[in-house]
Write a protein that binds this ligand. Structure first.
Ligand SMILES: *Cc1c(COP(=O)(O)O)cnc(C)c1O
Length: 427
């Protein structure tokens, strides 16, 4: 790239020319001219996801109830089939993964399965920066066992408000802790935790450990199986582009197969026996055992198309581009927005960064409004965080360049000053 300055448009164009994933961008729908930077909240619709949803509707039209077993996509096996497609993204064997439920339901399912308080080993460890639903689920799991969340849920504190230090998590893994649930990537700051290390440390202390990978799935590769992670769950409507309310996923390490689900239901049955309709529950010998009821087939269908793209692109390539995009974004912000009151909350080290960049600014809410009026879709997290997710499959380096140029103009012209300091219902 020679001497060309990183702040030039030509530099962005050169990066796009050597982008090995560039061809995927045209498969996604985005309003003309819009710079979509919110793929960590809701990924965009692709033509392939649209097609597979229509295919499944077609199966319903054609086969009626026969769709459970007929056609190219029999619904009875869809959750397992999609689990097989997701397995490479989390580094697990096919039978360790299934697409089912929602993120919150899967937390309930897996915590009710793996939380086994015994004697003095009774506490659950999380972090104070967790997504609220994770905490609500853990609190209610404790209450269901007659335990007081204030006493038995330990939230590791952040030293500076944005990130969690692994040392602090490890120090909190005492003999009183029965189970740890950690995010892989923190939803606000975008910090990536060291999953392998935390798993090793937990196991050395006899503690079961699981991860919420909602913000890393489809953006950061994992090796859950090799690392011995006990369980994990994730969301499909963010980086996996499965659509609003898409069916989520879970992983259970095969060494736990056979363990009775905390919340049993007939779709967790051994598939060959499910329709025997016996009252003795015979769970599947796979992660499939942790399904509960009839799958939401129409909310699984887009994933057939969407995950195909991940298979073609490869998660390692996705990660490589994602890191380049976020690095480029941070460099441009450092260079072009210096002195405008922004600070980058996301860790700068590659091994500590997920797929989005979080900026702190006291005028964050109003700046987001100004961005939207300028054709950028950002993401606001109260009180003062702007999250920007350049997504490897559909964001170009030129998009990032243009977005930062718009942001710099908004700041230079104080455009944000004309907006009310208020957030919407969904923000
Ligand atoms: C997005 C997200 C959720 C969402 O849970 P739902 O059950 O899909 O509403 C939960 N936890 C984390 C960490 C998330 O990022």
């Amino acid at each position: 790239m020679g001497q060309r300055s990183i702040s030039s448009e030509e530099y962005a164009r050169q990066l796009d020319l050597s982008d090995e994933l560039a061809r995927f961008k045209e498969e996604f729908y985005v309003e003309g001219g819009v710079l979509y930077m919110d793929g960590n909240s809701l990924g965009l619709l692709s033509r392939r996801a649209e097609r597979t949803l229509l295919d499944v509707l077609g199966d319903w039209r054609e086969f009626g109830i026969g769709g459970w077993t007929r056609g190219e996509r029999p619904w009875f096996y869809l959750s397992e089939r999609l689990g097989e497609m997701v397995a490479p993204l989390v580094g697990a064997a096919s039978e360790e993964v299934v697409m089912t439920g929602s993120t919150t339901v899967n937390i309930h399912q897996l915590v009710s399965t793996f939380y086994r308080p015994e004697g003095g080993r009774i506490k659950i460890l999380a972090t104070e920066l967790d997504f609220p639903t994770d905490i609500y689920a853990l609190q209610s799991q404790l209450r269901l066992r007659g335990l007081e969340p204030k006493e038995h849920l330990v939230e590791v504190e952040s030293r500076e408000g944005g990130t969690i230090d692994e040392e602090d998590v490890i120090a909190a893994m005492t003999e009183e802790v029965a189970l740890v649930l950690m995010p892989t990537v923190l939803y606000r700051s975008g910090q990536l935790l060291d999953v392998e290390r935390l798993t090793r440390e937990a196991h050395e202390r006899g503690i079961v450990i699981g991860f919420d990978a909602a913000h890393s799935i489809g953006s950061v590769p994992h090796s859950f199986s090799d690392w011995g992670v006990d369980f994990a769950l994730w969301c499909s409507y963010k980086h996996l582009n499965g659509g609003p309310g898409a069916v989520a996923g879970l992983y259970v390490n095969r060494e736990h197969f056979g363990r009775l689900p905390g919340l049993a239901g007939w779709f967790g049955s051994d598939k060959d026996r499910q329709f025997d309709m016996e009252h003795d529950f015979l769970p599947a010998r796979s992660a499939g055992a942790y399904q509960i009821g009839t799958p939401h087939v129409l909310s699984l269908a887009p994933l057939l198309g969407s995950l195909e793209m991940f298979s073609e692109a490869g998660i390692e390539r996705v990660r490589r581009k994602s890191l380049r995009l976020t690095r480029y974004l941070i460099d441009l912000i450092d260079g072009q927005l210096a002195g405008t009151g922004f600070s980058v909350v996301t860790p700068r080290a590659h091994q500590r960064r997920g797929g989005h960049v979080a900026l702190e600014h006291e005028e964050a809410a109003r700046i987001c409004e100004a961005l939207k009026d300028n054709g950028v879709v950002p993401d606001f997290r109260a009180p003062n965080i702007i999250r920007l997710a350049p997504v490897a499959l559909y964001t170009s380096y030129t998009d990032v360049y243009n977005m930062v140029r718009i942001l710099a103009k908004i700041m230079a012209e104080r455009q944000y000053a004309k907006y009310e300091n208020r957030r919407g219902v969904v923000a």
